[in-house]
Design a protein around this ligand. Structure first.
Ligand code: ADP
Ligand code: MG
Length: 364
């Protein structure tokens, strides 16, 4: 089935891969690689020509996805799918489908277990330990803010009777207290995030708002360019929360290049990404926004934990920026992809489009 020249690649591919053919409406296995044999616990000969559904249970409308892949001649990506074989416990996988060259009937199916797929930054809630750390920080934030306000107020009163060097000291107390209050407010904001109030939102309005406040504030030293697809349909989102997402991403991009540089904001429509929403149904995420910077890239030592709260690569960082981004995108059933090499870092936010009923309502 696989031409000899590519045979070695096929055999070496560490991801379970199947070739799926369609005969008289029945999806069957036309070939599989050694990684798939291992994954399925069955030999290649044992699975060849058998119906896909008989060999492996994929907890997703896979026939429809295969049909869509053939019809649109475009790859299909389904995330967080339980895949099981025989009596074995299921494995959480992402399933990737791609049409094989010009052969309209053959689809390449990759079953990527989550431990491999986890490299993609799934905005997937927060781990247990992090959750209790957040709870404690919130409690501390609340407890510290009040006395801090008292300390800073007292310093301000004291400063009235002072001059020169002594005054500089009280100013320092006030400035440092304010810095801590700001940090504490971030912690509180992170914990208090409410569920999104979703409606049809024009993504470019949000992006322009974020861009404007970036340009007059934290990103004044940067050149911001945009490449928008003006025909994008509205997204199904909470506009204020999305604004926070893009502000955080722009801020990180600007901080990655303290001496100035370029940030690009790109929006586009691409319909191959689908994933499982919180309520278990299939959600399409066709609207994508990328924030791209030319900075040095994410420090490799924190790359795996970058979405966790309190993980920061910067001296005065809180590590809450991306944790909040991740939390908001997750609440929107969205998806965050991070791709970073020195010189080019891309944060891509993928979002669902607004249901047409909501769009019509907005325009009345
Ligand atoms: N665009 C980027 N380029 C390089 N590093 C980044 C970028 N965005 C985030 N990071 C890294 O991820 C870390 C965590 O970011 P974030 O959660 O926003 O927290 P903070 O900005 O408070 O450190 C940053 O400290 C930085 O090291
Ligand atoms: Mg940040």
């Amino acid at each position: 089935m696989i031409p000899p020249a590519t045979g070695t690649i096929w055999a070496a591919l560490p991801v379970p891969a199947l070739l799926i053919g369609n005969k008289d409406g029945c999806e069957h296995i036309a070939d599989c690689n050694p990684a798939a044999e291992q994954f399925l616990g069955l030999s290649r000969r044992g699975v060849m020509a058998r119906a896909l559904a008989q060999v492996v249970r994929i907890d997703a409308p896979i026939d429809r996805a295969l049909g869509r892949c053939r019809e649109n001649r475009a790859p299909v990506f389904i995330n967080d799918v339980h895949v099981s074989v025989g009596e074995r416990p299921s494995t959480m996988c992402s399933v990737q489908l791609a049409l094989l060259g010009d052969r309209r009937d053959l689809v390449l199916m990759l079953l990527v277990p989550r431990d491999i797929a986890g490299k993609l930054g799934k905005a997937d809630g927060i781990r247990h330990a992090a959750r209790s750390a957040i709870g404690m920080s919130q409690m501390l934030a609340h407890e510290i803010k009040n006395p801090l306000a008292g300390i800073s107020g007292a310093a301000q009163l004291l400063s009235m009777g002072l001059s020169g060097e002594d005054r500089a000291l009280t100013d320092l107390i006030v400035a440092e207290s304010q810095r801590i209050v700001k940090l504490l407010e971030q912690v509180e904001q992170f914990g208090n995030q409410r569920p999104p109030e979703r409606r049809a939102v024009n993504i470019h309005d949000v992006l322009e708002r974020a861009r404007r406040s970036a340009e007059v504030g934290f990103a004044a030293h940067m050149r911001i360019e945009d490449a928008y697809d003006p025909s994008l349909p509205p997204v199904w989102a909470d506009g204020d929360q999305l604004l926070q997402v893009f502000l955080n991403l722009l801020k990180n991009a600007a901080q990655a290049q303290p001496d100035g540089g370029r940030i690009r904001i790109r929006s586009f429509f691409e319909h191959s990404l689908r994933l499982r929403g919180a309520s278990g149904e299939d959600v399409a995420l066709p609207i994508h926004v990328e924030i791209i910077d030319d900075g040095p890239g994410i420090p490799p030592r924190i790359a795996d934990e970058i979405l966790d709260p309190f993980v920061s690569g910067r001296e005065n960082g809180t590590g809450l920026g991306l944790a909040l981004v991740s939390k908001i995108i997750s609440a929107h059933d969205g998806w965050l992809t991070i791709d970073s090499v020195p010189g080019r870092t891309v944060f891509r936010v993928s979002l669902p489009r607004a249901p047409s009923a909501a769009v019509n309502k907005e325009s009345i």
